[in-house]
Design a protein. Structure first.
Length: 70
Protein backbone atom coordinates (compact mmCIF):
# COMPACT_ATOMS: atom_id res chain seq x y z
CA UNK A 1 0.00 0.00 0.00
CA UNK A 2 1.35 3.42 -0.87
CA UNK A 3 1.32 6.40 1.46
CA UNK A 4 -1.37 8.00 -0.67
CA UNK A 5 -3.55 4.88 -0.45
CA UNK A 6 -3.02 4.66 3.30
CA UNK A 7 -3.91 8.34 3.70
CA UNK A 8 -7.07 7.87 1.64
CA UNK A 9 -8.11 4.88 3.77
CA UNK A 10 -7.40 6.71 7.02
CA UNK A 11 -9.42 9.72 5.90
CA UNK A 12 -12.44 7.44 5.49
CA UNK A 13 -12.42 6.76 9.25
CA UNK A 14 -14.55 8.80 11.65
CA UNK A 15 -12.81 11.84 13.13
CA UNK A 16 -12.44 10.31 16.61
CA UNK A 17 -10.69 7.24 15.21
CA UNK A 18 -8.37 9.41 13.09
CA UNK A 19 -7.55 11.49 16.16
CA UNK A 20 -6.82 8.33 18.18
CA UNK A 21 -4.48 7.04 15.47
CA UNK A 22 -2.74 10.41 15.18
CA UNK A 23 -2.17 10.54 18.94
CA UNK A 24 -0.84 6.99 18.93
CA UNK A 25 1.61 7.85 16.15
CA UNK A 26 2.79 11.07 17.82
CA UNK A 27 3.29 9.43 21.20
CA UNK A 28 4.89 6.29 19.79
CA UNK A 29 8.32 7.93 19.74
CA UNK A 30 10.22 7.84 23.01
CA UNK A 31 11.15 11.51 22.65
CA UNK A 32 8.93 13.13 20.04
CA UNK A 33 10.53 16.12 18.32
CA UNK A 34 9.33 19.51 19.52
CA UNK A 35 8.83 22.64 17.48
CA UNK A 36 10.60 25.79 18.60
CA UNK A 37 7.35 27.29 19.88
CA UNK A 38 6.73 24.14 21.95
CA UNK A 39 10.20 24.41 23.48
CA UNK A 40 9.55 28.07 24.33
CA UNK A 41 6.24 27.12 25.97
CA UNK A 42 7.98 24.45 28.06
CA UNK A 43 10.77 26.86 29.03
CA UNK A 44 8.19 29.47 30.03
CA UNK A 45 6.28 26.91 32.10
CA UNK A 46 9.48 25.83 33.85
CA UNK A 47 10.43 29.43 34.61
CA UNK A 48 6.94 30.13 35.95
CA UNK A 49 7.11 27.01 38.12
CA UNK A 50 10.44 28.08 39.56
CA UNK A 51 9.08 31.57 40.26
CA UNK A 52 5.94 30.24 41.95
CA UNK A 53 6.52 26.84 43.55
CA UNK A 54 3.32 25.18 44.66
CA UNK A 55 1.31 26.63 41.78
CA UNK A 56 1.84 23.69 39.42
CA UNK A 57 -0.19 22.61 36.42
CA UNK A 58 -1.10 19.05 35.60
CA UNK A 59 0.49 17.36 32.59
CA UNK A 60 -2.88 17.56 30.81
CA UNK A 61 -2.94 21.34 31.28
CA UNK A 62 0.63 21.75 30.04
CA UNK A 63 0.06 19.36 27.16
CA UNK A 64 -3.03 21.33 26.06
CA UNK A 65 -0.87 24.45 25.85
CA UNK A 66 1.87 22.67 23.90
CA UNK A 67 -0.41 20.69 21.58
CA UNK A 68 -3.64 22.71 21.51
CA UNK A 69 -5.22 20.54 18.81
CA UNK A 70 -4.29 17.25 20.43
Amino acid sequence: MTKAQLRDELLKLPYEQRLEIAEMLVTSEENPPLHDWQKRALDAALEEYRDRPGDEQTWDQVRAEIWPDG
